[in-house]
Write a protein that binds this ligand. Structure first.
Ligand SMILES: [Zn+2]
Length: 462
């Protein structure tokens, strides 16, 4: 019990709050509101048109969004372990941007002969009624009257909206399109993926959810200083991950010798503790899987800036002049022309990506009737389709007998979250990955101009 009460005998604390509002849009607010995470008044964003108390003269300007982004990546344990600081700062930044940002503007015509206060009263009245309709209103789906039931995306279809209410809903929809995580952004994703389907044809649908507690990369990307009190406080604990605090631990590759595999990796409980204390490393490792490993497996050319790398004037676009991102060698599912997806965070689980992969195949731009016709005309072999489908959806085992023999054992392991050490091999990459032939960005580069010319001369047109 005493261990759980951080404030010891003072656990019953009476706090009186004032009813005077504090100005939140200034650089000093963060350290005032979160004194345990940022103990000295040294941080905070530079809000435009506010005095920059912390950064004087020609010091770099740290905008609220830049500060909000950088805060999540700060190395101090007191910031990484604070469950409120980063979300609260994000909340603050979104509110500021929604009300003061340059990009977002509510546009509708206003009667210039009407006094400002009358107009304000009408707007507040309309907002109040909309709020009521969000909870108790109804919308018409074309056949049936349905309850809105707090679904903001249905509010614009409400049956009895006044003109002003309609304008307000339109303004709000426009505003929320600018911020990640809103319903309106979901609609934009829908439009983008539907557009891709028209251009690239029918896709395969993938769900990929890399496990954070089985990822060596998570531990590698987790950043704690070795002397940080956050990793020093549980030295006797089984979950002590201090030995793994550092930029070069663990090794990403499995070290294989003749007859042994050497794992440079902490136990399951340590891994789980480490990733739960560092949400940013989970996000980084996940983005690495989604933006590098997955496209590589699918044979799709993709960079961290995609698709913005294709913007007019870019000298390093990932797309070809045909508008494809296909690598000539293809990938695990065939020739991947393009892909697009969305990232989802569900409850406290691993982030995962839902992705459409457009594969160059007969299904891309043909209906089932047309495919049937091709089969009848012998332009397409049924066996080819069967082979492809059983390759993509492989459900039978390579060695069914040994699978059946060990089924009960594997079921038990799975229910246990694969926590025993014989599954640690899932956490690292096999060493043969880095031995792939051919030069990459990480291969030794030519040291001199002459060497570079000699290397490049192989690519000259003869
Ligand atoms: Zn790119």
């Amino acid at each position: 019990m005493p261990k759980t009460l951080a404030l010891g005998k003072h656990y019953k604390m009476k706090v009186n709050t004032n009813n005077t509002f504090v100005d939140q849009w200034n650089s000093a607010y963060v350290s005032k509101a979160f004194p345990f995470s940022i103990p000295r008044p040294v941080s905070g964003a530079d809000f435009p048109n506010r005095p920059a108390n912390r950064r004087k003269g020609d010091a770099p300007h740290v905008s609220p969004w830049v500060f909000s982004k950088a805060l999540a990546a700060r190395v101090e344990g007191c910031v990484r372990n604070d469950w409120i600081l980063v979300p609260a700062n994000r909340n603050l930044t979104v509110k500021w941007d929604a009300l003061c940002g340059n990009e977002v503007a509510c546009k509708h015509n206003v009667d210039k002969n009407k006094a400002g206060n009358v107009h304000a009263a009408e707007l507040s009245d309309a907002a109040g009624k909309l709020y009521h309709k969000l909870a108790n209103g109804h919308w018409w789906d074309g056949k049936k009257r349905r309850r809105i039931n707090h679904d903001f995306s249905k509010l614009k279809y409400a049956t009895d909206l006044s003109d002003l209410e309609k304008k307000l809903v339109r303004d709000l929809s426009f505003l929320s399109q600018k911020f990640a995580g809103t319903q309106e952004v979901r609609l934009l994703m829908n439009h983008a993926l539907f557009g891709a389907r028209i251009e690239y044809g029918d896709p395969l649908f993938l769900t990929v959810s890399p496990s954070a507690s089985h990822s060596g990369l998570c531990i590698r990307l987790s950043r704690y200083r070795y002397e940080d009190p956050a990793v020093r406080c549980n030295l006797d604990d089984k979950t002590n991950f201090r030995p793994w605090a550092g930029s070069d631990k663990p090794n990403l590759w499995v070290n294989e010798s003749e007859d042994a595999v050497i794992m440079d990796f902490p136990e399951y409980e340590v891994r789980r503790t480490a990733v739960s204390r560092d949400p940013w490393c989970v996000v980084l490792a996940f983005l690495h899987s989604a933006k590098f490993v997955l496209p590589a497996a699918l044979g799709i050319q993709m960079c961290p800036q995609c698709p913005h790398c294709n913007h007019d004037g870019s000298v390093t676009p990932c797309q070809t002049i045909f508008g494809h991102n296909m690598r000539p060698t293809g990938g695990a599912a065939g020739l991947g022309v393009a892909s697009g997806g969305t990232i989802e965070y569900q409850q406290c689980n691993n982030p995962h990506v839902h992705e459409n992969v457009h594969i160059a195949s007969v299904y891309q731009h043909h209906t089932l009737v047309e495919i049937g016709e091709k089969l009848r005309q012998n332009l397409l072999e049924l066996d080819t389709i069967k082979k492809y489908v059983s390759w993509i959806h492989r459900e039978e085992h390579y060695h069914p007998e040994s699978h059946d023999e060990k089924l009960a054992y594997w079921e038990k392991k799975w229910k246990n979250g694969h926590r025993s050490s014989d599954h640690s091999v899932l956490c690292q990459l096999p060493s043969f990955y880095k031995e792939a032939p051919g030069s990459t960005l990480w291969s030794p580069q030519p040291a001199s101009r002459e060497e570079a010319i000699a290397e490049g001369s192989g690519f000259l047109k003869k």
